[in-house]
Design a protein around this ligand. Sequence first.
Ligand SMILES: O=P(O)(O)OC[C@H]1O[C@](O)(CO)[C@@H](O)[C@@H]1O
Length: 397
Amino acid sequence: MSTPPAPPVITAADPAAFPHSVFHVRHPKVIAQVKAALPYGPEQLSALDAFLDATLHGTLDPLPQDDAGDRAQWDLWGAPYFGRGLRWTDAPFLWAESYFHRRLLSATGYFAGLWRGVDPFGPMKAASLGSAGLAAELAQLGSTASLSAEERDAAALHASLWGNRADLGFQLVAGAPVVPEVLVDDGPALYAHLDAAPGRVNLVADNAAEELVYDLLLLDHLLASGRATELTLYLKPRPYYVSDATPQDFAAAVHLLETVPGPAADAARRLRAACADGRLVLVAAEFFCAPLGFDALPKEILDAIATARVTLFKGDLNYRRLVGDRLWPQNTPFRTLTSYLPGPVAALRTYKSDVSVGLDPETVRALDAAEPGWRFGGRHAVIQFGGAADGEGVSGR
Ligand SMILES: O=P(O)(O)OC[C@H]1O[C@](O)(CO)[C@@H](O)[C@@H]1O
């Protein structure tokens, strides 16, 4: 059994590296967009300005008093960083980005007063869900009827994969749409695994709106084709990372599907029926808004992974939490890094950050030479299937 030591955790401290730009380029845009999205009053607007200033020029301090009830929890999570004169970019990138999004909610008044419970990203999500492009794509779904069964399988998986490019935070800095490239496609192995024995499929969702619509179509495809006997969809209990999907976003996505006659509305009808009879269960787990890797998953989610036929993890952030937010040698096997989980897992991930595993060195060399920055552009993706735990692991995750 090989147990290579874990490489250092990624931080945003290096001004020349990508994570630093998330704090210094992307976050100012996110806050400007939030300020413009809703008619906030002076209190929220100045809290947002002060918060941005603190993340750019200040040091890490405890959560302000608000009504969320998680201050003691954050004091524990933040103990290594709070009150030590550390800049936001000095803490682990995964931790600091998560704390950024938690503090952003406080600044908008999400936990108390008039703006309590109002999603600061709601208008952006609604615009994405209501886009003419998405409506046109959904109206064309009937054209997949002419595809072979294998092509339909691949189409459902790849639509869910590339739906991840529609992450609204990412679009603030992404360039024009580009030709996508899948570097690893374990889709056929994943379907073969499900064909060998159907069972419950868990999907850990990422973004709302367009991405969630295609995730729902994938779940419907798995249920309708008999691969999944039951489904569990993991959502965020509250807004997080700009466009992450909440139960309210789930309802909005089902509603949109219902409005497009044909295959989209048919899928919505089946999904509603599955919700009604308990074959599709939604879970909005607090853990998914925690600044932690999945090696800290609580027992109930680990049990759900152990008893599922497969658990699908969507998107870049879930990928970082799954394999560990570290600069792994890129040929480290995905299976090795996910073997700490008690059941089969697969990742559907477009590249939006440094972490990269499961690639052969020749592919990496060619990508680095042809397109420096390929790991941040959202043009490359992987579908990686980890199979069941095989006892191989990495120390120090
Ligand atoms: O919505 P996704 O695919 O999880 O992407 C979120 C990603 O965007 C970033 O915030 C910036 O690229 C990453 O740090 C994060 O992992």
